[in-house]
Write a protein that binds this ligand. Structure first.
Ligand code: NAD
Length: 514
């Protein structure tokens, strides 16, 4: 087993005494520390990646897929070790690491190995335009070069390393800048790729401060895949605009859940509690607010309250030990407390939890708030913690209006036994993804796009676009048989112009019109 020092060296991250300490938020213990790279170090990692990329691209889809499939096996053979690393640096439960991170990687390696050649195959296109008649038209995808991935602390595998997988499958080199608090999973992934035969330099990790390593990476790469807060996303885009470097932005959310009076309330309550408190509520597509139709409000609240009170929280010590883990990022405690205090000051009530617990490690109790409204931060700003505010609404129309009364548009959910109605309402919710009688699981289906509307992002991950974005699109027009001179070429003659005018009428003048 490689030490943290060895992993750093292999990933190009450098060895030596660390700069930023890595803490276990569940216990408060310092695990290790990693270097704060300087801009020149980042430049060097990217230069190595750039030098290694052409040979990686030249391996072709099958050559690259071989290494990705080995990595898939490595993930399955080393599940315990990956989970332990994620749990240690995030304080999340073993199940949160297994279900939402390891299982993602196990699926994603095979998925992109298989679909990259399909999604990036040359496309033959037909055109009705008279100027290209007889020409072969092709759209092809060529890897951009070096992709820079900047990730958040809440999912060090899924939302950080996960975005490197399609970039690599497409034939790019990738340099990952993990969140400063959770770099160890990324370093472990570098060790994994190394053991699986990834050529040196193709994948690099640049640890360090967001405000130093992040901007240095943006300046050096050909595409920036950023996942994080809306606030930082705006800075990333502004900086990338200086070099016209394309960006993908996966940002914050305030996902609404709508519960109609004909819903299966037991299912709805279980889903609210699970997807509100899973990963300690630190998921971009967590259920962050709930709107319940008047007739079933009290019954729904009673169910959620009982289920939330029954959750076990504490130091994760292996499978099944606790349901809800720690708050990974220290400043998040302040935001959660502020949202709860603000709600209480404006008339809300806590029916479960409500308190921070910081005697050992850093926790906030799974908290259910009722009597809430849109004057409160807990309903309008991203909390990103284990809170679930539930609001009473008159009807579905009011629920949709309030769901859309948000600068965010990441995901949402609707609960009803009338699935046609559910789908109709889902289409009215202004979000990149909406589930009916479920939440969040759409993320696991890599075939369908996941991306935010409004301030929740730009572009998407997964599906065809999830890999094509890492490529330059090139159009080829190939003429095998060509006249010495086409009819529209110089010199302009009245007779030819008349022929062109006649052809225009013939081609476009006969359509049905009102
Ligand atoms: P953050 O924006 O603070 O940091 C994200 C990353 O950006 C970190 O690696 C950080 O070091 C880096 N960074 C900081 N300043 C930078 C700069 N000037 N230039 C470049 N990089 C910089 O976000 P966070 O607190 O780590 O993550 C939580 C946020 O991420 C939440 O808002 C959550 O909703 C969002 N998120 C979104 C998705 C999604 O898919 N939409 C997924 C996970 C998390």
């Amino acid at each position: 087993m490689a030490t943290v020092e060895q992993r750093r060296t292999r990933s190009g991250n450098g060895a030596g005494p660390g700069g930023t300490p890595v803490e276990n938020p569940a216990t408060g213990e310092i695990i290790t520390s990693v270097p704060d790279l300087k801009p020149k170090d980042v430049k060097e990692i990217v230069a190595r990646a750039r030098a290694a990329q052409p040979a990686w691209e030249a391996l072709g889809f099958e050559g690259r897929a071989r290494i990705l499939r080995r990595a898939q096996k490595w993930v399955l053979d080393n599940t315990q070790r990956i989970c332990d690393t994620i749990v240690a640096e995030t304080g999340k439960t073993y199940e949160d690491a297994l279900i939402a991170e390891v299982s993602y990687a196990a699926n994603a390696f095979g998925f992109w190995a298989k679909t990259a050649p399909e999604y990036l195959a040359d496309e033959r296109v037909k055109s009705s335009n008279m100027f290209v008649k007889g020409a072969k038209l092709i759209v092809r995808y060529k890897p951009l070069g070096v992709v820079g991935v900047i990730g958040p602390w809440n999912y060090p595998l899924t939302n950080s390393f996960g975005d490197c997988i399609p970039a690599l499958a497409a034939g790019n080199a990738a340099v990952l800048k993990p969140a400063e608090k959770t770099p160890l999973t990324s370093l472990l992934m570098a060790e994994m790729l190394d053991e699986c035969g990834m050529p040196e330099g193709v994948f690099g990790v640049a640890t360090g401060k967001g405000s130093v390593t992040g901007p240095a990476l943006i300046d050096a790469v050909d595409f920036v895949m950023f996942t994080g807060s809306t606030e930082t996303g705006k800075k990333v885009m502004a900086q990338a605009a200086e070099t016209l470097t394309p960006v993908g932005l996966e940002l914050g959310g305030k996902d609404p859940m709508i519960v109609l009076s004909d819903a299966d309330l037991e299912r709805a309550a279980n889903t609210a509690v699970y997807y509100g408190f899973q990963n300690g509520g630190q998921t971009c597509i967590s259920i962050e607010r709930v709107y319940v139709e008047e007739p079933v409000y009290d019954e729904f609240v009673a169910k959620v309250q009982d289920k939330a009170r029954a959750l076990r929280q504490g130091v994760p010590s292996g499978p099944g030990s606790v349901d809800v883990g720690a708050v990974t990022f220290e400043p998040q405690m302040k935001t959660i407390q502020e949202h709860v205090d603000d709600a209480l000051a404006k008339g809300a009530r806590v029916v479960a939890g409500g308190h921070a617990k910081t005697d050992r490690g850093r926790y906030f109790e799974p908290t259910v708030l009722v009597d809430v409204d849109h004057t409160m931060k807990c309903m309008t700003e991203e909390t990103f913690g284990p809170t679930l505010p539930i609001m009473r609404v008159r009807d579905a129309e009011e629920a949709v209006r309030l769901a859309n009364d948000s600068p965010f548009g990441l995901a949402g959910s609707v609960f009803t036994r009338d699935v046609e109605k559910g789908e109709r309402i889902a289409r009215q919710v202004e979000s990149g993804a909406v589930c009916v009688n479920d939440a969040m699981t759409n993320y696991a289906a890599l075939e369908i796009p996941m991306g935010g509307w409004k301030t929740s992002g730009m572009g998407s991950r997964h599906g065809a676009y999830g890999i094509r974005k890492y490529c330059a699109q090139q159009t080829l027009l190939v003429k095998r048989f060509a006249l010495k001179k086409d009819v529209h070429m110089f010199p302009y003659r009245a007779r030819n112009t008349k022929v062109i005018g006649g052809l225009l009428k013939l081609l476009y003048g006969r359509g049905k019109r009102d």
